[in-house]
Design a protein around this ligand. Structure first.
Ligand code: DSN
Length: 417
């Protein structure tokens, strides 16, 4: 994007943005929750829409001058409803955590039992983890994965749900490499009278593109960020059925938030239009094909993968058997131009800030147009770096090779200077 005014009035910030553009261009981003928003999304986000307050909903605002804002929000809602086949969409949550908080606020009182997947098994902080407001203000019940295969333990989900009768049952994850069986969760939620909430933040792009089954029609409420596989602006959304529309809208505003971020709403509308196209379907399926190819190559190099592989966008590498802490591996990979995040693995014996795993994913490299042969190369580089953690010569050489590959696959929306 052109930043002529910024360069003149605040050269320090302008220089840091330029530096970030260069970093994003020359590194391979494997953090599974990151992506490149296309230029049209970025343009929609950075406009005069920033200047307008619009508390309320279309036709029911607390400020005048909403002629264009109402139309933008209505378009975003209509496009999401059509894309996901949902009765209703709320596009005002500032991101995924506020979207989840709005759901608790809509259906629970303080102290109520709520249920979600524990953070160490791949759940999110806002699914009731103890340090989060959702774990402190409610009575959290946490399910996990099975020790033997690291797949969701549905026997445990059913047993805990029957015992605790949660008001809301969250499914969805931030570090789970397999397809989520929404139908099984729905059956358990129905039996105990819980509202099923599917947090699809990581996989909303896969669902929109038909590369992962959809929870719509099974979960009464679906929450998501809009900037991960969905490739929109940093924001959040809630989809729900007719029966829960009023409660969700009230919980978001005036329950939790003030004025919506209208530039983000416009960006969501643009992303939803793009996600309805054929290119997006190909991209979503390619993410999964790339993830499988990368997992295969990593296994070939002797890496242990949680659940043994991947059938979504994400791979969780357990480095215990290599005797390398996840943080040390991630830091060496970063020096070599491969950006990942260290992450706990199920039943990790190490602490969350110094865990045994590295979490990677293919949304961003797929957005650059890379395919299985680049994934094989990437697996080879990762093995080489993790085998030579302290060898600065190897790290520098791989960083150079990574940069050469990145030059062939420019990142959407990232200017090359
Ligand atoms: N920060 C997100 C992720 O990286 O998975 C979850 O909120």
């Amino acid at each position: 994007m052109s930043h002529t005014h910024l360069a003149e009035s605040d050269p320090e910030i302008a220089a840091l943005i330029r530096a970030e553009e260069r970093r994003q261009h020359r590194a391979l981003r494997l953090i599974p929750s990151e992506n490149y928003a296309p230029a049209e999304v970025m343009e929609a986000c950075g406009s005069v829409l920033n200047n307008k307050y619009s508390e309320g909903y279309a036709g029911r605002r607390y400020y005048e001058g909403q002629q264009n804002i109402d139309a933008i929000e209505e378009l975003a809602i209509a496009r999401l409803k059509s894309l996901f086949g949902a009765d209703h969409a709320n596009v005002q949550p500032y991101s995924g955590s506020p979207a989840n908080l709005a759901v608790y606020f809509a259906f629970c009182d303080a102290g109520d039992p709520v249920m979600g997947m524990g953070l160490p098994s791949g759940g999110h902080l806002t699914h009731g983890w103890k340090v989060s407001i959702t774990g402190k203000y409610f009575q959290p019940v946490q399910y996990g994965v099975r020790r033997e295969d690291h797949l969701i333990d549905f026997d445990e989900v059913a047993r805990l749900a029957r015992e605790h009768k949660p008001k809301v049952l969250f499914c969805g994850a931030t570090a789970y490499p397999r397809v989520i069986d929404f139908a099984k969760f729905a059956e358990i939620a129905r039996e105990v009278g819980a509202i099923l909430v599917a947090d699809i933040a990581h996989i909303s792009g896969l669902i929109a593109g038909g590369a992962h089954p959809s929870p719509v029609g099974l979960a009464e409420v679906v929450t998501s960020t809009t900037h991960k596989t969905f490739r929109g602006p940093r924001g959040g959304m809630i989809l729900c059925d007719k029966a829960h529309k009023k409660a969700i809208d009230r919980a978001v505003f005036p329950g939790l938030q003030g004025g919506p971020h209208n530039g983000t709403t416009a960006g969501i509308a643009v992303a939803a239009k793009l996600a309805a196209g054929e290119d997006f379907k190909r991209y979503a399926h390619q993410i999964v094909a790339n993830s499988r190819a990368l997992a295969e190559r990593l296994r070939h190099h002797g890496f242990d993968l949680v659940t043994g592989g991947s059938d979504n966008h994400l791979i969780l590498i357990d480095l215990s058997s290599k005797g390398v802490p996840g943080k040390v591996a991630s830091q060496a990979l970063d020096k070599a131009g491969i950006v990942t995040n260290y992450n706990s693995v199920p039943f990790d014996t190490r602490k969350p800030f110094d865990p045994s795993g590295v979490r990677i994913g293919t949304p961003a490299v797929t957005s650059r147009g890379m395919g299985p042969s680049e994934m094989a190369k990437l697996g080879d580089w990762m093995a080489e770096v993790i085998g030579h953690l302290d060898d600065e010569t190897v790290l520098a050489r791989v960083a150079g090779e990574v940069k050469a590959l990145c030059d062939h696959f420019p990142a959407p929306g990232v200017p090359v200077s």
